[in-house]
Design a protein around this ligand. Structure first.
Ligand SMILES: Nc1ncnc2c1ncn2[C@@H]1O[C@H](COP(=O)(O)OP(=O)(O)OP(=O)(O)O)[C@@H](O)[C@H]1O
Ligand SMILES: [Mg+2]
Length: 676
């Protein structure tokens, strides 16, 4: 009643209520006026609900709905010839499209097709290769699934690894391909766990699914003993780790035993991965051991006899976008194990085991579980839908628009809305830069790893330059990345070079969307190839780099920036990058302990079991400081940290008084000398 801010009319109403002359309901119009000011969408709720109605995705693809498609599902375990059979049909057709989960897989089919004299183009987020000399499109195309055209007609379409339709970040791309490809025959390859969902989705489009089941072409055995010591390694062994520091540490220990090893992890450039794979596969090369992350889980053809799980705990992102430390799923364990004893390799029988004896029981248990059927398919708001939202809510930020969209969206029980946290992260990062909505949307769908500060700051710089309408030239990019660069001297250098490679990827990705503003794609492609070679030199000498890094670090451990997948949008081989955790080894925590920070250990508790890696990683995670977390999340750069350190130092030197005006005012009379 004493408020001087309230209008006279509300004062009167309040007064009436206090005197018993009015009813509390009389306040409702004032409440409503206020609510609409705070939540402007209340005024256009009906329109917004209509726009965000995602209940009939099949209707979004008129070209596909105009034809009757034949749907064939090739189901079976890994290495059972699913992709092979689908590709036979693709090669025999007059026109075809292959949609794969990774750039490397798209490359493989591109090569296979052209080798079989079926001219085939390649389309990934960062690359378009037209085989025709005059630049005409070939009748066949191999692409990453996010890039497939839903308006071009084809005779045969192949959608590989359909189980990815459940992926919290990328699932929408498989849903779009499945519902939208305009092909007379659609061949779907993947785990049998997706059969029911695909059948139901096709029921809604009025299409029947013909299922072809396959059996594994070569036997695979889970051994009764763990490796226990690297002294027991044999030619054809592949050790699978879920963090990069383990890769470094293991390759160093293997080298100390006089053995050569190849190294493959997600953030390596494709060329480097292929060279390492070739070295390992080459029967004449002395390198017979592979140390890899589960980046090998899909795609590369490797001559592996035995898969050895160094650990069974893997960081993952749940539906809510939270990071968790979980035992790997049965599907993941099968995918990775399935790399041993490939039909096309010299090893016709595969073996699987663990590094630690403790883990073997869990591995067997995981592999013996049945894979639960996949129940829902991912969806993602389109640029058009967000634009319509922006029309109704012109003052909302892109990140807010996405939030409102997701909260209002209605989906059918067969679908879920994919995780948009990474999109929002980028939207918030570039919010202050003036860009039109469509451009802003495209920048936010760029497939970058937000855990790499250099890549994030590059996106920011690209956006700023773009907003000034200044083309991003080759010279500008060279200045920004300090190109030319030299081979790495230690692991930190190597990690930086990988980030620069990603920045070049980002440039190329944007160049296909904004050709005028990113005019020098071919020059960038050239230096990216050079950089791939430089990284290859580094990886070839990785143990030397590790030694150099250990020599300069106090603890001897190598701390590299977090390499966790951005799991979203255009896809690529980075999708299976792994989180890097410090490689401490002495933790003594009980299972299912809530990890400080946001990580949670699941799986181990459910099994009443404590795998070796859980024990060893718990303590190391406790050491993850807030600063490290902010750097990992790209919110702070190393430079900012240094600046903070300097400011903190000044603060301490000044008897704990912050050198700010406020503090000065408070302490000025006490003569702290802090008078800035
Ligand atoms: N009938 C066949 N003739 C010749 N080679 C084959 C045949 N079937 C499969 N292969 C080869 O065996 C290997 C495994 O087959 P393919 O990649 O099709 O398996 P997949 O079931 O798709 O496995 P994944 O689930 O791991 O993708 C490939 O190198 C493929 O070329
Ligand atoms: Mg396959």
């Amino acid at each position: 009643m004493d408020s001087s801010f309230l209008n006279a009319d509300i004062h009167i109403i309040l007064n009436d209520i206090c005197c018993g002359a009015g009813h509390v309901d009389d306040l409702f119009p004032f409440f409503l006026r206020h609510a609409k000011q705070i939540f402007p969408m209340l005024d256009c709720m009906d329109d917004l609900r209509k726009i965000s109605d995602l209940r009939l995705p099949p209707n979004w693809y008129p070209e596909a709905r105009a034809i009757q498609r034949r749907i064939v599902f090739h189901a079976g375990p890994t290495n059972s010839g699913k992709t092979h059979h689908a590709i036979q049909r693709y090669l025999a057709a007059k026109s075809g499209i292959y949609c794969g989960p990774l750039k490397l897989l798209a490359h493989e089919i591109f090569q296979k097709s052209n080798d079989a004299s079926v001219p085939c183009d390649l389309v990934t987020g960062e690359e378009r290769v037209l085989v025709d000399q005059e630049g005409r499109q070939a009748a066949h195309v191999a692409c990453t699934v996010e890039m497939c055209s839903v308006t071009t007609p084809y005779e045969v379409a192949v959608i590989d690894e359909i189980q990815m339709i459940k992926d919290p970040a990328r699932g929408w791309a498989w849903t779009r391909a499945l519902l939208g490809l305009s092909a007379e025959e659609v061949h779907i390859c993947g785990e049998a766990a997706a059969i029911d969902l695909v059948t139901e989705l096709m029921y809604s489009t009025g299409e029947e699914v013909e299922v072809r089941n396959y059996k594994r072409l070569t036997p695979i055995t889970v051994l009764d003993y763990a490796l226990e010591s690297l002294d027991n390694l044999r030619p054809g062994d592949c050790i699978v780790c879920f963090n990069k520091n383990d890769i470094y540490s293991l390759s160093r220990q293997i080298e100390a035993r006089g053995l050569e090893c190849a190294v493959i992890y997600g953030s390596l450039p494709p060329g480097t991965k292929l060279t390492q794979a070739k070295k390992f596969n080459d029967p004449d090369d002395p390198c017979k051991i592979l140390v890899a992350t589960d980046a090998i889980g899909m795609g590369l053809n490797l001559s592996i006899k035995r898969i050895i799980f160094n650990s069974l705990i893997k960081p993952s992102i749940n539906e809510k976008g939270e990071k968790e430390m979980d035992a790997i799923t049965t599907s993941q364990a099968l995918q990775i194990s399935g790399r041993a004893g490939r039909f096309s390799s010299v090893f016709k029988e595969g073996e699987v085991t663990t590094m630690h004896r403790d883990d073997l029981v869990l591995l067997k248990e995981i592999l013996n579980r049945s894979v639960p059927p996949i129940e829902t398919a991912g969806l993602h708001p389109t640029a058009e839908q967000i634009e319509m939202f922006a029309y109704h809510l012109p003052d909302a930020t892109l990140s807010n628009l996405i939030d409102i969209f997701v909260s209002l969206s209605q989906v059918d029980g067969l679908y879920f809305v994919c995780n948009v946290d990474d999109f929002k992260f980028l939207a918030d990062m570039i919010q202050h830069i003036p860009l039109n909505l469509r451009v802003r949307y495209v920048f936010c769908t760029a497939p970058i790893n937000k855990k790499q500060p250099f890549v994030c700051t590059s996106l920011l710089k690209f956006a700023r330059q773009f907003s000034r309408n200044e083309p991003l030239t080759f010279d500008w990019l060279c200045r920004h990345t300090n190109w030319p660069l030299v081979p790495p001297k230690n692991i930190k250098d190597l990690v930086h070079l990988e980030a620069v490679h990603d920045v070049f990827d980002l440039y190329l990705w944007l160049s296909y969307r904004f050709m005028d503003m990113f005019p020098d794609a071919s020059l960038v492609r050239d230096i990216q190839k050079e950089l791939d070679n430089i990284i290859q030199i580094g990886v070839r000498n990785i143990t030397t780099l590790i030694r150099a890094s250990q020599a300069t670090s106090v603890s001897g451990a190598i701390a590299v920036p977090d390499d966790f997948p951005l799991q979203r949008t255009e896809v690529n081989d980075r999708m299976l990058n792994l989180e890097d955790l410090p490689a401490a080894n002495q933790g003594q925590f009980s299972s299912a302990t809530k990890v400080p920070g946001q990580k949670r250990i699941r799986g181990s508790k459910a099994l009443g079991y404590r795998p070796a890696e859980v024990k060893s990683n718990m303590k190391s995670q406790r050491q993850g400081s807030l600063a490290a977390k902010l750097v990992r999340e790209g919110l702070l750069t190393q430079e900012m940290l240094k600046q903070l350190e300097r400011e903190w130092q000044v603060h301490h030197n000044n008897n704990g008084n912050f050198p700010t005006g406020k503090r000065d005012d408070q302490n000025g009379s006490k003569g702290t000398g802090n008078k800035k």
